[in-house]
Design a protein. Structure first.
Length: 347
């Protein structure tokens, strides 16, 4: 008896070679890819650009949604209406790792009870860890001074410092955090990690010297000369770092946030930076995105701003395709999918 066909709709741009890799997974897959109905990418691995379709094209697109059992990426052109437009949908493979709040905000967790959502966890670990390394080196080697002197065409020697022997604290020891820890150890740093559950987990297995539960956060903050925040935005983590917590950091500490902006009290962070209590900050995420033009963060001399782009890489779509193909094989075999979103914990 022949097995049923699985209709897969690719909902954001992918290079043709990656589409062909997906087609090659199984003859049971009906892969639907209509790049003319999708927004063109503004940069490599852009999955959120919007498109305004003609009425005819929108009708055609909605017809494809109605038949889809599997989506590669969310349909960002019909976010609120997705549950009604795709009644046969059983699985969405996201192109982002941090989709929990989005799924909750759209009501997909309750409006699509028969659908599973899988994240892109792990896909962005390498570029995000390298961004953290860039940020730490920017402050330790005083890149700001080099840039000022070069702009002024002034030859003036200056001193900097080393990362070896410094203490790196990481809040959130998933795949990204482990990669940040690995790079920290490569620099000769002492690495402290905070993880929700640590029972039976070896610190060394995650690249850390010491591992703490959230109850040990204060101790980690007191010791962290560089603090990397990777934790997702949940009810428990919202503004977990306020004025009192930031005051625990050693004078001159550098804060690096690649998690979610809502994890830090942004006003308290700005105040600590303006007062010179902190040595600086490297921020990829913010409480409000895009970052408003009036935000003081734009003009502070010791702040590195990334427009939520630290995770982007020209290799991202290849990694996403690797994950999607593996999950497609699992789906067809009735096996557990990788990176299934827990709609209660939101990660």
């Amino acid at each position: 008896m022949s097995m049923p066909t699985v209709n897969v709709l690719i909902a954001s741009y992918l290079e043709p070679e990656h589409v062909e890799r997906i087609r090659a997974v199984s003859e049971r897959l009906q892969i639907v890819y209509e790049p003319g109905l999708l927004a063109p990418p503004r940069y490599p691995a852009d999955h959120t650009n919007m498109i305004v379709r003609s009425p005819e094209d929108e009708s055609r697109w909605r017809g494809l949604l109605a038949e889809a059992e599997v989506l590669f990426d969310f349909d960002h052109t019909n976010r609120p209406g997705l549950p009604d437009l795709a009644p046969q949908l059983r699985w969405v493979q996201a192109s982002s790792a941090g989709i929990g709040q989005f799924v909750r905000r759209m009501g997909y967790d309750t409006r699509m009870p028969s659908s599973v959502f899988t994240t892109a966890s792990g896909v962005h670990a390498q570029p995000l860890a390298e961004f953290c390394a860039l940020a730490m080196l920017t402050f330790s080697r005083n890149l700001w001074q080099m840039q000022r002197l070069q702009a002024e065409r002034r030859w003036e020697r200056f001193g900097a410092t080393d990362l070896a022997g410094r203490t790196l604290g990481i809040i959130g020891l998933g795949r990204i955090g482990s990669e940040v820890a690995r790079l920290g150890k490569a620099f000769g740093m002492t690495v402290l990690g905070v993880k929700r559950t640590v029972g039976g987990v070896s610190p060394a297995a995650l690249g850390c010297d010491q591992l703490y539960t959230p109850g040990g956060l204060a101790e980690v903050l007191r010791r962290s000369e560089f603090l990397v925040i990777i934790t997702p935005h949940t009810a428990e983590t919202e503004r977990m770092l306020g004025a009192a917590e930031l005051a625990l950091l050693p004078p001159g500490a550098v804060v690096i946030n690649i998690g979610r902006g809502s994890v830090i009290d942004e006003g308290a962070l700005i105040a600590a930076l303006q007062a010179g209590r902190l040595g600086g900050a490297a921020l990829d995420v913010f409480e409000s995105e895009p970052l408003p033009p009036e935000s003081p963060l734009w003009t502070l001399p010791n702040v590195l701003i990334s427009p939520h782009s630290a995770s982007t890489s020209d290799r991202e779509n290849a990694r996403l395709t690797d994950l999607f193909c593996d999950n497609l094989r699992r789906y067809l075999a009735g096996e557990a999918l990788r990176n299934v979103l827990n709609t209660t914990t939101l990660y």
